[in-house]
Design a protein around this ligand. Structure first.
Ligand SMILES: [Zn+2]
Length: 205
């Protein structure tokens, strides 16, 4: 009788343990899943915080077409409105995107937003460019463009490093289309300066 009840207790303890183990694994799955999403993507580029806000797969802006990464393509938003910072562009993509244009990151003077997975096609420099990670630099009035410039170079360096690219992989939107973008950088002849800044961060790595 005593032996029977101890088996019963052991069985109960075993069941409790299995339920506990199941719950632990379930929690681990959620934690792992979250980390998996974040883990594929850079969270911090030389101190620039990247807010991960990947658009859902059913967003009209997502092509869900994987590709190899060959370029980092630099743009400027061309939106001088004082409120047109990275968060505003993130919100725009979430709410107003029509599927014709999308890009991977938006950077302003304090933060970067990540909208589309790096290894997925997004049409930010015409449909001919399928291999570039598109980065939009904000030009909002009142924003500190020097800091945005620096943050853009930091994010570019981090991506170059992550994907084993070289500075020759850094392109302007204008390299793919007849468009004066990134406009401020081009108009002020600062492209070489941008590349040098990327190189500087790469050397720090
Ligand atoms: Zn552009």
């Amino acid at each position: 009788m005593k032996r029977k009840s101890s088996i019963f207790i052991n069985l109960r303890l075993g069941t409790v343990f299995l339920v506990f183990l199941f719950l632990v694994l379930l929690c681990a799955k959620f934690i792992f899943t979250d980390r998996h999403i974040e883990g594929q993507i850079i969270e911090n580029a030389y101190g620039v915080k990247i807010t991960q806000n990947i658009l859902p797969e059913d967003s009209p802006l997502r092509t869900c077409i994987p590709r190899n990464i060959k370029y980092i393509v630099i743009h400027e938003t061309g939106n001088p409105s004082a409120t047109a910072d990275a968060a505003a562009h993130n919100h725009y993509l979430e709410c107003n995107g029509d599927g014709s244009t999308a890009w991977h990151y938006t950077v302003d003077d304090s933060v970067a937003y990540h909208h589309i997975p790096d290894d997925e096609i997004a049409y930010h420099a015409g449909k001919g460019n399928r291999s570039g990670i598109g980065i939009e630099l904000c030009v909002n009035n009142g924003g500190n463009f020097e800091k945005t410039f620096e943050n853009g170079a930091k994010l570019t360096a981090k991506l170059i490093h992550t994907y084993g690219l070289s500075v020759h992989s850094i392109k302007q939107h204008a390299d793919f289309m007849d468009k004066n973008c990134p406009e401020n950088i081009r108009n002020n002849d600062r492209w070489t300066e941008f590349l040098s800044l990327v190189k500087k961060y790469l050397e720090e790595n």
